[in-house]
Design a protein around this ligand. Structure first.
Ligand code: PRX
Length: 676
């Protein structure tokens, strides 16, 4: 291992204290190139860690279950203390702290207000048009109680599913916490998904109520969300009520409201009783469902429960980012509609009593420096984003961060996809000024909280590696046959249960067992990623081994995109694969055969893209559509996606002799060359 102190690199940083961006551009490139040689970075010399980690590691190694029990007592406030910790008598159906009772919203709000921290800002909210709203813990508690009563008045009971389809506004947090307060199960759908994807997620979860918005804005454009929701979901039998938030900058007069079904969020709150005491709920009470993509077209309803999930989010948010709620200003740039938003915008930060930034808009509107303007304005100390966003910033250039004073930053994080070393180094130098440890956090919707990651300032980091499993997490690699891999490449598995693990797939225990626990037995969680383990015991995540594509850190299923494309009347057949992409990590390529042997043209291509955006969301639009007269199939009719992946990535084609018609691939390869 070569170690290096960050300070020499820091000298080359363009920023308020460095040379002007224009002059520095050449030297930045040279510095980055030079640093690519450096394998390992010690924690920056000046970084003072606030939390002890060595003690955690020792305790967790000695007895992981006792470690979690201690953390659960220390970090959470219980109405009824648990006596049972882990029940592993029926793997993979584990339970944690099962005889304890607590209320999650009380852990996120009431306990901080009771301790005299009600005036503390929970969220510095920034609207896309520059609006500012500071929401305190007391504000959140007041609104959460009213909405909880409002939901009850609409007939929502513990265990009922409430859908949430909202932009990045404080009401989304209130909506989630109000559900948690009364034991309703929330099902948040990312605001970038199309209403038809919302419909599917509401339908399969039998949602009784949906909380949405009149309209949303994105880079100055307005989307009529409520009207679109009505058109897609109006006839869902289980959906009894729709609660409509007046979004920032919207004009309520134009919004269709159905009497008896639809109610304005603010009117519901105004009419509700202000007091709603938190209900003590069993530790294993379901907290939320979050749909995520799997190997089939049907999204998986990942179910998390109350105490274990909250413990995972609370503990890791503190330990990984070395967060001090009294002094840090924390900002996670994800959307609340993804697991990152659930765990690291809402539950972890609020349970820890942190002050966060919440930003409604895009990173390049009104200009490409908006993120850095916000960091400077609120003196953000901990910043957590995705590699794809960093790559966009690199493309825009260091002159944008250089306009702002980023000296408040002390910890940087990434999540969602492997980070390429060059992006890591750019983040380290240009954003972090060489002073900030970077935590590359590996985890999943299923894991609930971070499992493999450096601990800020305590772990030596290697650009591109998520480093080591957190204390009490048993991550290992296996060969295809299940043999342990101690160094080299293998299938990533977790061999011991952890509190924030998913409990099942909503109403589908069988698929839960089949997806995650059938390969190596019921107590080995198969993650779905391949990884490499190096001689220092560091993990390097390679990517998915199933039919999941990771576009800009967003999980999409090839089957889901295929079924959307095939639903178009002009399409006979389609196969979707991933190709490597410099900007988004992976990009979607669709091989499409049209009906009646029609040849594809630009207009059809545009139509198909639009069609996919309408069925799933813009993020699922194929980057590249290749017209194919036929698809490569085995004699039994199975499409050989491996060959399509190879041809899309420009690799040599493997064995084609098992194809029914080996000539098909030659035609496709020619088309790929002709389709940039
Ligand atoms: O492939 C891994 C990748 O994202 C997948 C999980 O996606 P999702 O459930 O949507 O959650 C994303 C946010 C937690 C994983 O199976 N992934 C996530 N974090 C990393 C990563 N790949 C490499 N490095 C990471 N830090």
């Amino acid at each position: 291992m070569t170690d290096m102190d960050a300070s020499p690199a820091a000298a080359a940083i363009p920023g308020p204290n460095g040379p002007a961006a224009g002059e520095a551009a050449g030297s930045l490139e040279a510095t980055l190139e030079g640093l690519l040689e450096v394998e390992s970075f010690d924690p920056p010399a000046g970084f003072v860690r606030r939390r002890d980690v060595e003690a955690d590691r020792a305790a967790a190694d000695a007895d992981p279950v006792a470690f979690w029990a201690d953390r659960a007592r220390e970090l959470l406030t219980w109405d009824k203390p648990f006596t049972q910790v882990l029940d592993d008598s029926n793997p993979p159906f584990y339970t944690w702290f099962a005889d304890g009772e607590l209320n999650l919203s009380a852990n996120c709000l009431d306990r901080h207000v009771a301790a005299g921290r009600g005036a503390r800002v929970a969220f510095h909210w920034r609207g896309e048009e520059g609006e500012r709203r500071d929401v305190t813990y007391a504000d959140l508690l007041a609104d959460t109680q009213r909405l909880a009563n409002g939901l009850t008045s609409l007939g929502v009971r513990a265990g009922d599913v409430v859908g949430i389809f909202l932009p990045m506004i404080p009401e989304v947090v209130v909506a989630m916490l109000a559900c948690a307060r009364i034991g309703a199960v929330h099902n948040v759908v990312f605001g970038g998904f199309a209403p038809s994807a919302v419909r599917e997620r509401m339908e399969v979860s039998d949602a009784r109520v949906l909380i949405t918005v009149d309209g949303a804005r994105r880079k100055g454009r307005r989307a009529e969300v409520k009207a679109a929701v009505d058109a897609e979901l109006g006839d869902l039998p289980a959906l009894e009520r729709i609660i409509v938030v007046r979004g920032p900058g919207q004009n309520a007069a134009e919004v269709p409201m159905t009497p008896g079904r639809d109610v304005w969020f603010d009117e519901l709150l105004a009419a509700a009783d202000p007091d709603c005491p938190p209900v003590p709920l069993p530790a294993e009470h379901p907290l939320f469902i979050l749909y995520s993509s799997g190997s089939t077209a049907k999204p998986k309803g990942i179910l998390h429960t109350t105490a274990g999930y909250l413990l995972g989010a609370t503990h890791t948010h503190g330990a990984v980012f070395d967060l001090d709620p009294d002094t840090d200003v924390y900002w996670c740039s994800a959307d609340v509609g993804w697991i990152t938003g659930h765990s690291y915008i809402v539950y972890g930060p609020l349970s820890n009593g942190a002050t966060s930034v919440m930003y409604e808009g895009a990173p390049d509107y009104p200009d490409h420096d908006i993120w850095w303007r916000i960091v400077e304005e609120y003196r953000v100390t901990v910043f957590y984003t995705a590699p794809t966003a960093i790559r966009s910033c690199i493309k825009w250039g260091p002159q944008y961060p250089a306009r702002h004073d980023l000296s408040s930053l002390r910890v940087l994080g990434t999540v969602g996809e492997p980070i390429n070393p060059k992006a890591w180094l750019w983040y380290h130098l240009v954003i972090g000024g060489g002073r900030c440890p970077i935590v590359d956090t590996w985890w999943q919707t299923e894991t609930g909280s971070v499992l493999i990651s450096p601990l800020a300032g305590a772990t030596a980091t290697k650009p591109g590696s998520a480093t080591r499993p957190l204390p009490a997490i048993s991550a290992e690699l296996r060969t295809e046959d299940g043999e342990p891999v101690t160094e080299g490449t293998g299938i990533l598995v977790i061999t011991k249960p952890w509190p924030s693990m998913l409990r099942t797939l909503y109403k589908d225990d069988e698929r839960f067992v089949e997806t995650y626990f059938s390969r190596f037995g019921p107590s080995t969680y198969v993650v779905g990623d391949a990884a490499r383990l190096d001689a220092d015991g560091y993990f390097w995540i390679i990517g998915r081994i199933d039919d999941v594509i990771n576009v800009s850190g967003h999980r999409l299923s090839t089957a889901e995109v295929e079924s959307a494309i095939v639903a178009h009347e002009a399409v006979a057949e389609a196969a979707v694969v991933a190709q490597p992409d410099e900007q988004t990590g992976q990009a979607i390529v669709a091989f499409v055969t049209l009906t009646g042997h029609r040849a594809g043209d630009d207009a059809t291509e545009a139509q198909l893209r639009e069609h996919v955006a309408h069925r799933i969301g813009k993020l699922a639009r194929p980057k590249r559509i290749v017209w194919a007269d036929d698809l490569p199939k085995t004699r039994s009719g199975k499409i050989m996606r491996r060959l399509l992946r190879d041809v899309a990535a420009g690799r040599e084609l493997g064995d084609v002799t098992t194809l029914r018609d080996p000539a098909v691939m030659a035609v496709i390869a020619e088309r790929v060359r002709a389709t940039p």
